[in-house]
Design a binder for this molecule. Structure first.
Ligand SMILES: C[S@@+](CC[C@H](N)C(=O)[O-])C[C@H]1O[C@@H](n2cnc3c(N)ncnc32)[C@H](O)[C@@H]1O
Length: 418
């Protein structure tokens, strides 16, 4: 992939742009293999021969999707002026860099930016000024305009059916009436607009969005149809960045869960229910747990639409299931935490529990490896790298952990050699 912004040093997001794509993927595979199998070897008793207690994961070939045009969401910082808005990023001196032609966005997402700029002009949405670039460059003191303006970000999500969710992140509600007044013109310019909102983020800080969301359309959820399942995405909920690769992720999870065949399954950090809803089958009771009430409401609505009475979702902290794991553990657990991982407390509770299998989907192999070190009784047996983020060092990895029959024995051995 070629990128004029990368070549000119204006944007540094795609750190692997110069690396051939096949090399990127094999580097990611090597990275996770070393982290997980290396960690396993380190925990194994010294002198053990490969294939005895050393971790050997059966890796499926890496899953890849399109090398460009794969991002389903654009997070555009708004800078410039109300008559000439710039959508993109800010450089190191606070100057706007226009990224509306960024090759990570599919053409249908790129095509929204020009109509959105027109809307910003018509509704007179003054870009928020974080700092004053010229002053920073010249060193001159001038009237302090930093912190002025209203529009901070425009967030655009596109569904597989090319429907759109557009969110205007504003400093206050000052422009709300103008946005409502001009919304019909945005609908005309973007006929696939399904959800439009204003998010209020008053803090002068590098925070993407605030708690308050004002929905301007009848619909408050974008339908992200993945694997035939109409996942409902509400404004503040998480969604996997790369829809085709997310579809492969959920399908792979479903296959491995079916191979195990649990009658009871928990989906921790379930978001809008991607894993849980894909794994639903008659006779399997599934509970999804997620911090975001919005996401839980959306997941519940989808389960109801699909008539899945054995799939339920609860709002709560996944780390609070530790007590339930001791008394009422399911046969299998899926975890898909944020980059920080599940942490030592939940990992140890899973390790001590009677859960037979854990399916861990991670976007950060380093924290995955740290979590696995707290679960010596659950051995990683299968894995697959899914290249959710081409051109960057990031990737998703799905690992199936199976309870070791000789776990206590193995732990004893590890302790004995320390
Ligand atoms: C990587 S996303 C995964 C979402 C979902 N599994 C999916 O496939 O879209 C992580 C999710 O964990 C949620 N989350 C973060 N901390 C949490 C916690 N302590 N307990 C439960 N959910 C949490 C976030 O709101 C987010 O939806």
């Amino acid at each position: 992939m070629q990128c004029p912004h990368f070549d000119a040093g204006r944007c540094h997001s795609c750190t692997l742009l110069g690396t051939p794509y096949a090399t990127q993927v094999s580097q990611k595979q090597r990275h996770v293999s070393r982290l997980l199998e290396g960690a396993g070897n380190a925990a194994a008793p010294s002198g053990s021969s490969p294939g005895s207690d050393a971790v050997r994961i059966d890796w499926s070939p890496p899953v890849t999707g399109p090398e460009s045009g794969f991002r389903n969401k654009a997070k555009m910082v708004v800078s410039g002026t109300v008559d000439e808005p710039v959508l993109g990023i800010l450089d190191e001196i606070g100057q706007g860099v226009d990224l509306t032609d960024c090759g990570l966005y599919p053409p249908a997402l790129q095509a929204t930016f020009s109509p959105l700029k027109g809307f910003i002009r018509r509704a007179r949405l003054e870009p928020y000024l974080v700092s004053e670039p010229e002053r920073a460059r010249s060193g001159k003191r001038r009237r302090d305009t930093a912190g002025r303006g209203e529009l901070k970000y425009v967030l655009v999500t596109i569904s597989p059916e090319a429907e759109l969710m557009v969110r205007f992140v504003m400093r206050s509600t000052e422009a709300l009436a103008r946005i409502r007044k001009h919304l019909p013109s945005l609908r005309s310019a973007l006929p696939n607009l399904a959800v439009a909102t204003v998010n209020v983020q008053p803090a002068h800080a590098a925070v993407l969005e605030g708690d308050r969301e004002i929905v301007l359309t009848d619909s408050e959820a974008l339908t992200m149809r993945v694997g035939g399942i109409p996942l409902a995405l509400r404004p503040q909920s998480f969604f996997q960045t790369n829809t085709p690769v997310a579809a492969r992720l959920y399908r792979q999870a479903r296959e491995w869960v079916d191979d195990v065949g649990p009658a009871s399954l928990w989906d921790l950090y379930c978001g809008v229910g991607g894993f849980a809803l894909h794994c639903a089958t008659p006779g399997r009771s599934i509970t999804g747990i997620e911090l975001s009430r919005e996401a839980v409401a959306a997941a519940t609505a989808t389960a109801n639409t699909l008539g899945l009475s054995d799939v339920r979702f609860e709002a709560g902290d996944a780390r609070d299931v530790v007590g339930r794991l001791a008394t009422d553990a399911p046969e299998m657990v899926i975890v898909n935490p944020p980059r920080r991982g599940i942490g030592a407390v939940l990992a140890r509770a899973l390790d001590r529990s009677t859960v037979g299998h854990v399916l861990y989907s991670s976007c950060n192999a380093t924290t995955l490896a740290a979590d696995l070190a707290h679960m010596p009784g659950l051995r990683p047996v299968r894995g697959v790298v899914l290249d959710m983020f081409p051109q960057t060092q990031h990737y998703e990895v799905l690992v199936l952990l199976r309870r070791e029959r000789s776990a206590r024995h193995r732990r004893g051995q590890v302790r004995a050699v320390r």
